[in-house]
Design a protein around this ligand. Structure first.
Ligand code: ATP
Ligand code: MG
Length: 658
C-alpha cells in the first residue's frame, strides 16, 4: 500500500448486550481500566486461573525482543490444568465432550473418562520412547482421540504438530520432516460427506518419504482395510490396554507446547511455535471472557477442525482448561441434510456457538427456512472467526440463528497470536455488524500508515500490535530470522526505527469515527484503483448487503486506465432466478448498488455470477486464483484448494454469464 486505505463502508447499526447477560457477565467494563493501569499485573492475575506447580519469578522478560518469555521460572502441566484438576475438584462426572460422528453415532466423555484416556495415551507414548521435547505429528479426523492425543503429548512434554486431516501426503511429509517428528498418530480414516475417507495410506506414503518417524499409532474409526508396516500399532491394542494411572509432571512455562503450520493462504507454511504458560493463560482467559462461558451451565460448540489454531485454542486448551462441556462434531454441515448443524444445536442444547463467516454465508445461500425448522432457543452467545464477517452475514447470523437476542462476537486473531486479540465483550460492548471493535483487555492494537504513524479515526492502514501478549508465537520453528523478517521488520525498532518493537499482522484495517476497528482483509489483497487503496472486504460486504447476494469475492485486475480495476465474483442467494437474461439485469443492479453504497470509485468493472468460490481447506476465499481468472492467466498452485473442481465451475460459469 503506497498510502492509507480508503474508508468507504459506513455502518451505523449498533447492538448493545441483552440486559440479563450484561448484568451477569463474567467480564465487565472495568477490566479494560484495570488492564490499562497495569498490563502485566492484569495478565499475572489471569495466570492465577491456572494451577502452577511453581510460581513465576517475572511476568514478562522482553529483554531480547522480539523473543518473549512469559511467566519466567514458573512451572505447570497443561494437561493437568485441562483435566486432572477438574476431577480433583469433584467434577469427574461432568461431560467434557459430547461427540457426534457424521453417520449419527455418538459418544459422551466425562472429565473422569478424559483423565483415564489421556493417562493411558501418555503411558503408551512413553512406552514407545517419546520423551519431553520430542515432536509428535497428529493427523486425525474430528474424533475424541484427537483431543486425547494432544493432551497426552502436553502431559509428557512432547511437542505436537497437528496436521489437518484433509491435507495431502506432500503437505504431511513436509511438516513431519520440518519438525523431525518421531511418532505419527493417525486413524484408518474418518467420515466426511457421508463417506469414509482414508487417512492411513496417506500417512504410509508421507512416512516413507521421511526418516524421523519410528512409530505410527492408528485409531480404528471406519474399520476400512489398511496396509500394515512394522512401525504401526493399533491405538486400541496399545493405548486402551495401557495403565490408567499417570502422574503429570510440571514443565517450564516456556516449554514448547506445539508447532502449527499456518494454512498457507499466502506463502510457504510457517511452523508457528507456541509455549506453555502464556499460551494457556490467554486461551483460558479469552474462552471465559469472549464467550461469557459459564462452565456449570453452558454447552459450548466450536465448529472448527482440530487441524487449525481455532481447534487448538477453542476446542482443546481454552474450553477444557475452563472445565467446559462442549460438542465436537466429525463431519460436514450438509450431511445428511442442510440442517445438520441446527439439529446438533437442538439435540445438545448448545448455548455458545463459534463458527466461521464461510459457514454463515453458506447457510445464507441455503436460506433461513432451514434454521427456522429447529429449536435454537438454547443459544445465548454467537462467535465468528477466520475472515472478516460481512455486515449482512453478521445480521443474518444474529437474526436467524440468534433470534435477535444473542450477542455476536467477531474475534480477530491468527495462528501467530495463539488466542483472540480484538473482539467485543458480550456483556459490555455495543457491537457493530462487521466490526471486531476493540482490543481485549491487556492487548494493544493499532492501525498505522506506511510510515508507522497511527492513523486518525476515520483512517485506514496496517494492523499492528504494540505490546507483547502472553500467547504470542515465540518463533517460527527452526527459523528465527524468518520470524523477525515476517512480523517484526516492517515497523518500529525492528525496521531500524526508534521506539518499541511493533508486530506487523499482515492485515489491513481501519478505525471508524468512534475509534472502533474494522478488519479489511490481507494487505496483499488490497486493490489500487485510480490511486486509491480499496479493500476487497468492503466491496464484498457492499455486494453481500444486496438481498440477492449470498457471497462475493473481489479482486483487483490489471487495467490500462485505472491501474487496477475491480472484478467481482458473486454467488446469488438460493431464491434468485437469473435464467431469463443470464443475470444481466442483476449484474447491472449490483454494479449500481456498490456505487451507491461505497461511491463511484468502488463500482466493479465486471461482475461474474458464479456457483461457487475457491476456498482454502480452512474455508477462506483464495483471491489469488480469482486474480488469475480475472487477468486471463493460467491458474497458479491449486493444491491448498478445498475442491479443485470449483475453478472449472467458475470458468464455465463465466462463459455463460458474460
Ligand atoms: P497464512 O498465514 O499461511 O496465509 P492464514 O493467515 O489464513 O494463513 P490463520 O492464522 O488461520 O492462517 O488466519 C489468520 C488470518 O485470518 C488473519 O490474519 C486474518 O487475515 C484472518 N482473520 C481471522 N479472523 C478474522 C476476523 N475476525 N476478521 C477479519 N479477519 C480475520
Ligand atoms: Mg496468516
Amino acid at each position: 500500500m503506497s498510502e492509507t486505505l480508503a474508508n468507504l463502508l459506513n455502518e451505523t447499526r449498533e447492538f448493545p448486550p441483552p440486559d440479563g447477560l450484561a448484568a451477569d457477565a463474567n467480564v465487565k467494563a472495568d477490566a479494560y481500566r484495570e488492564a490499562d493501569a497495569d498490563r502485566l499485573g492484569f495478565w499475572a492475575e489471569q495466570a492465577r486461573r491456572l494451577d502452577w506447580a511453581r510460581d513465576w519469578d517475572q511476568v514478562l522478560d522482553w529483554s531480547n525482543p522480539p523473543f518473549a518469555k512469559w511467566f519466567v521460572g514458573g512451572q505447570l502441566n497443561v494437561a493437568y490444568n485441562c483435566v486432572d484438576r477438574h476431577v480433583a475438584a469433584g467434577l469427574g462426572d461432568r461431560v467434557a465432550i459430547h461427540w457426534e460422528g457424521e453417520p449419527g453415532d455418538s459418544r459422551t466423555i466425562t472429565y473422569a473418562d478424559l483423565l483415564k484416556l489421556t493417562s493411558q495415551a501418555a503411558n503408551a507414548l512413553t512406552d514407545l520412547g517419546v520423551v519431553a521435547g520430542d515432536r509428535v505429528a497428529i493427523y486425525l479426523p474430528m474424533i475424541p482421540e484427537a483431543a486425547v492425543a494432544m493432551l497426552a503429548c502436553a502431559r509428557i512434554g512432547a511437542t505436537h504438530s497437528v496436521v489437518f486431516g484433509g491435507f495431502s501426503a506432500d503437505a504431511l511429509s513436509s511438516r513431519i520432516a520440518d519438525a523431525s517428528a518421531k511418532v505419527v498418530i493417525t486413524a484408518d480414516g474418518g467420515y466426511r460427506r457421508g463417506k469414509p475417507t482414508d487417512l492411513k495410506s496417506t500417512v504410509d506414503e508421507a512416512v516413507s518419504r521421511t526418516d524421523s518417524v519410528e512409530h505410527v499409532l492408528v485409531v480404528r474409526r471406519t474399520g476400512g482395510e489398511v496396509a500394515w508396516t512394522d512401525k504401526d500399532h493399533w491405538w486400541h491394542e496399545t493405548v486402551e490396554t495401557a495403565a490408567t494411572e499417570h502422574t503429570a509432571q510440571p514443565f517450564d512455562a516456556e516449554h514448547p507446547l506445539f508447532i502449527l503450520y499456518t494454512s498457507g493462504t499466502t506463502a510457504k507454511p510457517k511452523g508457528i511455535l507456541h509455549t506453555t504458560g502464556g499460551y494457556l493463560t490467554q486461551t483460558s482467559y479469552t474462552t471465559w471472557a469472549t464467550f461469557d462461558l459459564k462452565p456449570e451451565t453452558d454447552v459450548y460448540w466450536c465448529t472448527a477442525d482440530i487441524g487449525w489454531v481455532t481447534g487448538h485454542s477453542y476446542i482443546v486448551y481454552g474450553p477444557l482448561s475452563n472445565g467446559a462441556t462442549q460438542v465436537m462434531y466429525e463431519g460436514t454441515p450438509d450431511t445428511p441434510h442442510k440442517g445438520r448443524f441446527w439439529d446438533i444445536v437442538d439435540k445438545y442444547r448448545v448455548s455458545i456457538l463459534y463458527t466461521a463467516p464461510t459457514l454463515i454465508r453458506t447457510m445464507m445461500k441455503w436460506g433461513e427456512d432451514i434454521p427456522a425448522k429447529y429449536d435454537l432457543s438454547s443459544l445465548r452467545v454467537l462467535g465468528s472467526v477466520g475472515e472478516p464477517i460481512n455486515p449482512e452475514a453478521w445480521m443474518w447470523y444474529r437474526q436467524f440463528v440468534g433470534r435477535g437476542n444473542c450477542p455476536v462476537v467477531d474475534t480477530w486473531w491468527q495462528t501467530e497470536t495463539g488466542a483472540t486479540m480484538i473482539c467485543p465483550l458480550p456483556g459490555v460492548t455495543a457491537a457493530k455488524p462487521g466490526s471486531a471493535m476493540s482490543p481485549l483487555p491487556g492487548i494493544s492494537a493499532d492501525v498505522v500508515d506506511d510510515q508507522g504513524e497511527p492513523v486518525p479515526n476515520g483512517g485506514g492502514g496496517f494492523l499492528v500490535l504494540r505490546e507483547p501478549w502472553p500467547s504470542m508465537l515465540r518463533t517460527i520453528w527452526g527459523d528465527d530470522q524468518r520470524f523477525i523478517d515476517t512480523y517484526w521488520s516492517r515497523f518500529g525498532a525492528g525496521a531500524g526505527g526508534s521506539g518499541d518493537w511493533v508486530y506487523f499482522a499482515g492485515d489491513g484495517a481501519k478505525k471508524d469515527n468512534d475509534g472502533h476497528l474494522w478488519l479489511l482483509g490481507r494487505v496483499d489483497d488490497v486493490m489500487l484503483v485510480s490511486g486509491h487503496n480499496i479493500s476487497t472486504t468492503e466491496v464484498e460486504s457492499a455486494l453481500v448487503s444486496h438481498p440477492s447476494v449470498a457471497e462475493a469475492a473481489v479482486v483487483g485486475a490489471t487495467d490500462p486506465t485505472t491501474g487496477q480495476a475491480i472484478v467481482a465474483f458473486t454467488i446469488p442467494r438460493g431464491s434468485v432466478d437469473t435464467s431469463a437474461d443470464g443475470g444481466e439485469a442483476l449484474i447491472a443492479e449490483l454494479r449500481d448498488h456498490v456505487a451507491k453504497t461505497l461511491g463511484p470509485i468502488a463500482k466493479p468493472r465486471q461482475i461474474m455470477l458464479v456457483p461457487e468460490l475457491p476456498k482454502t481447506r480452512s474455508g477462506k476465499i483464495m483471491r489469488r486464483l480469482l486474480r488469475d481468472v480475472a487477468e486471463n492467466r493460467s491458474l497458479g498452485d491449486v493444491t491448498t484448494l478445498q475442491d479443485s473442481s470449483v475453478m472449472d465451475l467458475i470458468s464455465s460459469g463465466m462463459r455463460s454469464g458474460k
